[in-house]
Design a protein around this ligand. Structure first.
Ligand SMILES: [Zn+2]
Length: 76
């Protein structure tokens, strides 16, 4: 089941320059790297990660809480 209204998804799409979450997902569905965002409530760190990333960590974010937009939306 898709969840296009997840607040982090809106933040991520906006950070990537998209006004609509659906447009963001449409452009990245088949990508080999996909924009990801930290799902911690106090952190909006973004990075390009593998599409199936569910627990990634990156330098600017000390926690393993990066999820790709595709995972957050429930598309994969
Ligand atoms: Zn974070």
């Amino acid at each position: 089941m898709f969840n296009l209204s997840h607040p982090k998804l809106g933040t991520l799409a906006e950070a990537e320059g998209y006004a609509e979450v659906a447009d963001f997902l449409g452009d990245h569905t088949l990508g080999s790297v996909v924009p990801a965002i930290c799902v911690a409530s106090d952190c909006d760190h973004t990075a390009d990660l593998e599409p199936d990333q569910r627990a990634g960590s990156r330098e600017a974010c000390g926690r393993a809480s990066m999820k790709s937009g595709l995972v957050i939306s429930g598309m994969i």
